[in-house]
Write a protein that binds this ligand. Structure first.
Ligand code: UN1
Length: 506
């Protein structure tokens, strides 16, 4: 195996301070993708110092010049889509069309950020005083720590970093420990673009490295996408710290409402895509299907048919729909939830927790295989399986009787609020859901996965605060400032405030 390349700090690959190494695994085979160096808090220190120093000059460049580096990255993403898509599939286990789509989504984000550089930014604001010019201007905040998950190992890092960099911030990037090879290629792209030393830094590693970013005094902004547990801990840590900002996007227990007016072809298609694509491992994946009693039996039978036969297999095979789960621990967690559902007394309809030998492709016996698990449950029962995120192909059918408000109440009965969908041909029902569903990403007659970068991406309730990613990330990585300039000879104040200086001599 090749020698690990280490971290990328101040424009150079470096071994770092630590001596420990770790491997990334191909989740479909159990084989090794590569060996990497485990970053330590001391490496984070060095990376933050480099980023802090580089900020001084980087912020002085025009947005347009900064974006030119990003355009080079964009072209490399486009040129290497197939190659990088395959690396994603080998390291994250997503089927190959998803591997490529991950790269395309990254390219879209970079294109958005770089293209935006020539657009007007800020507002020209009226003033009460004719001689005053008033503006809202944006300033970069400084060093941005980007802590990203394995499930979109290329797209999400660019979601965080592209706008941060164009706006004049510098970056310390700590990728998920499961997908370090993808992070190396991201780094190559910045290096090839000749981005100035220290503007972009990579430290490979685990939670201790991520934590060192969060706790570092010189990190101004933390962008985090990942588990609710870690995201809430970051929010708690930084919430009260003056000058710090954390924008976090976490998981969901996302639901799809299928009303009595649904086109059932659309409903099945939407539910299957939302629940099983990426083997249920998207923060926006759906684990709850809320179905009206009039269409329940037919929907159930058709959904069960697909869940029983959906193609689980080698993610490099173009005919595969679902690849494996990311790792053994996660397999244990998802199968644990399948077991828990049984203990909680639900009616199991499909259980492919253990795949048959014939279903597992040759040479892939050590992969973390799982198929769909589908069950019926009482929508009003206080069950853990219908309220906790499993991050797997674990799906509850919840039958309701009543109007769309009833369905929306069931839909909203979760601590989370990320994504959701309604399937209906009735525009009143659709609009009701649009207005009342407690989520950040709402869809009508579509799956609840597949958001595009030119829309805001983030959730409400326990799913997150702010937008670490996609278009609205600009709010996380800049401060809005008010700038007012007087063009008159005298000072005149707003609100009718007297500007006359009165003295005891008057
Ligand atoms: C995630 O799972 O963390 O909307 C992000 C989607 C993708 C992003 C998912 N654009 O499905």
């Amino acid at each position: 195996m090749a020698e690990p390349r280490g971290h990328y700090i101040n424009g150079e690959w470096t071994d770092g301070e630590g001596t420990e190494r770790f491997e990334s695994e191909n989740p479909a085979t159990g084989g090794t993708v590569g060996e990497f160096r485990r970053g330590t808090p001391a490496d984070i220190d060095r990376a933050v110092a480099a980023a802090d120093e580089a900020f001084v000059e980087w912020r002085e460049l025009s947005r347009i010049r900064r974006a030119e580096y990003l355009w080079d990255v964009y072209h490399e993403l486009r040129d290497r889509t197939d190659e990088l898509g395959e690396v994603i599939t080998r390291e994250a286990g997503k089927e190959i069309s998803e591997g490529r789509a991950d790269v395309v989504e990254a390219a879209h984000m970079v294109e958005w950020a770089a293209g935006d550089a020539r657009h007007p930014k800020g507002d020209v604001v009226p003033s009460e005083i004719p001689g005053k010019d008033a503006y809202m201007r944006r300033k970069p905040r400084g060093v941005t720590g980007c802590i990203t998950p394995w499930n979109f190992p290329v797209a999400i890092p660019y979601w965080h970093m592209a706008i941060a960099l164009v706006e004049g911030n510098t970056v310390v990037f700590k990728p998920a420990e499961q997908t370090p090879r993808c992070a190396e290629i991201i780094t190559e792209m910045f290096d090839d673009a000749g981005i100035p030393d220290g503007v972009f830094n990579l430290v490979q590693g685990f939670g201790d490295a991520g934590n060192a970013i969060v706790e570092h005094d010189d990190v101004d902004t933390v962008l985090f996408t990942g588990s609710a547990e870690v995201g809430h801990a970051i929010q708690e840590k930084l919430g009260g710290v003056a000058g710090k900002r954390a924008a976090c996007e976490m998981g969901g227990k996302n639901g799809i409402v299928i009303t009595e007016h649904a086109d059932l072809d659309v409903a099945i298609h939407s539910a299957v895509m939302s629940s099983f694509k990426t083997t249920g491992q998207r923060c926006v994946s759906s684990e709850r299907l809320i179905v009206h009693t009039d269409v329940y039996e037919e929907f159930k039978n058709r959904f069960v048919d697909v869940a029983e036969s959906v193609a689980v297999g080698d993610p490099l095979d173009e005919d595969t729909f679902m690849g494996p789960l990311i790792e053994a621990d996660h397999h244990e967690k998802v199968s644990g939830y399948n077991e828990l559902a049984r203990e909680e007394g639900v009616n199991v309809l499909v259980d492919r927790t253990e795949l048959g030998d014939a279903e597992i492709p040759d040479g892939h016996e050590d992969g973390h295989w799982i198929g769909p698990f589908v069950y019926e449950a009482d929508p009003y029962a206080d069950l853990r399986c219908t309220h906790e995120e499993t991050f797997g192909p674990h799906v509850a059918l919840l039958e309701y009787d009543g109007d769309v408000d009833e369905a929306i109440a069931i839909h909203n009965d979760t601590e989370y609020g990320l994504a959701g969908a309604i399937v209906s041909e009735n525009y009143r029902q659709i609009n009701r859901f649009r207005d009342r569903a407690e989520i950040g990403l709402a869809y009508g007659n579509l799956p609840c996965i597949g958001a595009e970068v030119q829309l805001p991406f983030g959730g409400v309730k326990k799913s997150g605060n702010g937008y670490p990613s996609a278009r609205e990330a600009i709010e996380a990585v800049t401060d809005r400032t008010a700038w007012t300039l007087n063009n008159a000879d005298d000072i005149e104040m707003a609100q009718g405030l007297s500007a006359e200086i009165k003295t005891s001599n008057d």
